[in-house]
Design a protein around this ligand. Structure first.
Ligand code: TRP
Length: 448
């Protein structure tokens, strides 16, 4: 085994890095708008339910694959089932990492731009902001360059060290914002929308939206947890690590809602604004509050930090593959991969008004994705290939590698897992693939 591969220096380092991957735009930008569009508290309950019964057990499967083989997604599958078509599942993960990174870094770039927009006292004009070609390209390049700088530092010294600084900072800023928001006059209507479930709001569509959000938010379905799990030592307790990661991720999403809903209702706004919620409605709210622009600048700083620990993880997956399997030098690989993500990200960056061609791309039917190129990328890589990847990986672990062997790997370092072993085996072989299959059907519009 190549002993130049990195390893987390401590359990808490691994947990913070993996939680840093999970916590991102998905928690703070996507979660609140999806909750807003799906009726509030009932959706939140369903989401929690899916995190626990699907997300968490599936996460153990990815971690076990990684730790058992000490390899990237492609290498892990090759090690357990050499020269089989299953290897394609690993390659799908690599392609998905580039696909998500390319559009995710575009949105992350906007959050950086909004820090200075808040500070300069011009919070409005979102549509003009994202249509400025030079600006969005510069922000995309900047965000990927910072990501590459950190990943370039390696596993323990780069990713782990930065996660240890950034994650607690993120948490502190968020606590301050929650206190600020829930004490606003009129906050209680927002709190009851967000926390008092109206179970009549649960429909088949809501259930699928909650499940998809759980996957995206926990960074599951493309082998990220295989890659991060491959840097975990054999002694580490995967069960308690996984529980902490899911707990942190969920806590941050719930707190983001505790900022956004009280604020929205206090200002008499609708929660159904959709993807523009954070960028259009919130800056308006911040502008109306005394001292709100400073709060707003903190909010976007928070979003940028959260997005950065996620882009770091997305870049690490192809980097791990290229350094393990192609024996390329880490530094060259990091900068080459970031540059590739930049090139793939250009059409997404230009698709919000800067270029007519990419703005009205319209290759996929409107019921699947919005017409712009970024919407297409988000559907193809953020929804479709994550679901497909998770489906294939759970089948691979459950039936090809063998659920018993995977359970042994989880159990080493986590003796208490013995009691849940049989339930987990049932989940990974039958329950999880079946549920994901239903999501896939939904993506193709089978349920309307
Ligand atoms: N989970 C991150 C978020 O919520 C996004 C993300 C980072 C991701 N790495 C991933 C999603 C890997 C799926 C797979 O913003």
């Amino acid at each position: 085994m190549d002993n130049s591969r990195g390893e987390w220096s401590s359990k808490i380092g691994f947990i913070l890095a993996a939680a840093g991957s999970a916590i991102g735009l998905g928690n703070i930008w996507r979660f609140p708008y999806v909750v807003g569009q799906n009726g509030g508290a009932a959706f939140v309950l369903l989401y929690l339910f899916f995190v626990i019964i699907i997300g968490l057990p599936y996460m153990f499967a990815e971690m076990a694959l990684g730790r058992s083989t000490q390899r990237n997604p492609v290498g892990a599958i090759e090690a357990l089932k050499p020269r089989s078509p299953w290897k394609a599942t690993g390659y799908l993960g690599l392609v998905t990492a580039f696909g998500i990174l390319s559009f995710y870094a575009v949105i992350a770039g906007w959050t950086v731009g909004y820090i200075s927009k808040m500070l300069s006292g011009r919070p409005g004009g979102f549509a003009a902001f994202i249509a400025d070609p030079l600006l969005v390209i510069l922000l995309l390049a900047l965000f990927l360059a910072v990501t590459a700088l950190i990943v370039h530092g390696g596993v323990a010294h780069g990713i782990e060290r930065w996660s240890k600084i950034l994650m607690p900072l993120l948490f502190i800023i968020l606590v301050g914002l929650v206190v600020y928001a829930v004490t606003l006059k009129g906050a209680s209507a927002g709190l009851s929308f967000y926390l008092k479930p109206d179970l009549t709001k649960i429909t088949g569509r809501t259930m699928l939206a909650a499940l998809g959000q759980a996957f995206f938010s926990l960074s599951l379905g493309m082998g990220l947890m295989i890659t991060y799990g491959s840097y975990v030592s054999k002694k580490m307790n995967m069960v308690t690590s996984g529980l902490s990661i899911a707990l942190f991720d969920t806590m941050i999403a719930i707190m983001a809602g505790l900022v956004i809903f009280p604020a929205l209702f206090a200002m008499g706004k609708s929660p159904e604004a959709g993807p523009t919620l954070v960028f259009v409605v919130l800056p308006e709210l911040f502008a109306m509050m005394p001292g709100g622009l400073i709060v707003g600048a903190f909010f976007f700083l928070l979003l940028s930090i959260a997005a950065l620990t996620s882009t770091i993880s997305l870049l690490e997956v192809p980097v791990a593959y290229l350094t393990d399997e192609r024996k390329a030098g880490r530094k060259t690989v990091v900068w080459a991969a970031a540059f590739a993500a930049f090139l793939i990200g250009l059409p997404s960056a230009l698709s919000q008004g800067a270029s007519d061609f990419f703005t009205n791309f319209g290759l996929l039917p409107g019921r699947l994705a919005s017409a712009d190129f970024l919407g297409h990328m988000s559907f193809l890589f953020g929804d479709l290939s994550l679901a497909l990847g998770a489906f294939l990986i759970s089948l691979f672990v459950g039936w090809v590698w063998g659920a018993g062997r995977a359970a042994d790997e989880i159990q080493s370092g986590s003796p208490g897992f013995a009691r849940a072993r049989n339930i987990w085996i049932f989940m990974i072989r039958f329950f999880i693939p079946a549920v994901i299959f239903v999501i896939l059907l939904n993506l193709f519009g089978i349920f309307g």
